[in-house]
Design a protein around this ligand. Structure first.
Ligand SMILES: [Zn+2]
Ligand SMILES: [Zn+2]
Length: 182
């Protein structure tokens, strides 16, 4: 099999205890067959909880241009990994194999996402990425609109209100022009 980026012949490697992969000696990318990944996942059924990356990459490691699957030659499609993760993972929709550019495996591992790769191509995962992205955008908008200090205060009041047994009456009180008028 050839590297989808630089056409160098891929070499068989072991990425993780028993996870077989093919690695490009020139550009450092990794190709993982779906069957090898699923075998490895079956041997390690526990799913590690996602954690923040202590050394996150802010620049994308993605290589540009369309890639063809080294295994079946179909065009690969790139999927988002997370709203705050700068790179995506290339997936072959025909044979389910995965291509990871250079350091992407290590980046996924630092976040404990290396055991979730097969789930990244599902609608559920992609919807979650978009929802998280929307939340982050709204957070920025509020912060800019209210200023950091007032936004923090508004969040504190909202949390207090949401947990209050009289929240409906309190909301009406707070939004009424004159809550004492008839
Ligand atoms: Zn290469
Ligand atoms: Zn393929």
């Amino acid at each position: 099999m050839e590297c989808p980026i630089c056409t160098t012949t891929l070499e068989p490697t072991t990425l993780e205890s028993s996870l077989r992969a093919s690695t490009c000696p020139a550009c450092g990318g990794h190709f993982i067959l779906s069957s090898d990944y699923l075998d490895w996942r079956q041997q390690h059924p526990a799913n590690l909880d996602e954690q923040p990356d202590p050394t996150p990459l802010h620049e994308s490691t993605d290589t540009s241009g369309a890639k063809r699957c080294p295994h079946c030659r179909h065009l690969m499609f790139r999927y988002r990994v997370g709203h705050d993760i700068a790179f995506g993972v290339d997936h072959c929709g025909s044979c389910n194999s995965v291509w990871l550019d250079r350091t992407e495996w290590d980046s996924l591992k630092r976040r404990n996402l290396h055991d979730d790769i097969n789930r990244m191509f599902t609608d559920v995962w992609q919807r979650r990425v978009r929802a998280a992205e929307h939340r982050a955008t709204m957070h920025t908008i509020y912060q800019e609109k209210f200023g950091a200090e007032d936004y923090a205060e508004a969040q504190r009041v909202k949390a207090w209100l949401d947990a209050h047994p009289q929240r409906q009456a309190l909301r009406a009180f707070l939004t009424a022009e004159d809550p004492y008028s008839r």
